[in-house]
Write a protein of this length. Structure first.
Length: 65
């Protein structure tokens, strides 16, 4: 999978996929965005709307309560 459609993918599937890729393939969110050719801001906005935020120290998105 080279391209992820941030706007159309189910947000919970997107969350899971992104965290898996961060854990297994990429050094951080910037590296992932560059490697997959996706807009980092759009990704953070989409996941943010669903209640997730990126935690750089953990290199993952987590639920915000």
């Amino acid at each position: 999978m080279n391209r992820i459609d941030v706007d159309r993918m189910d947000v919970h599937l997107l969350y899971s996929l992104i965290n898996t890729k961060l854990r297994n393939e990429y050094a951080d969110l910037e590296d992932l965005a560059r490697g997959l050719d996706i807009d980092r801001a759009a990704l953070e906005t989409r996941l943010g709307e669903a209640g997730y935020a990126y935690y750089a120290e953990a290199r993952q998105f987590r639920r915000v309560d």
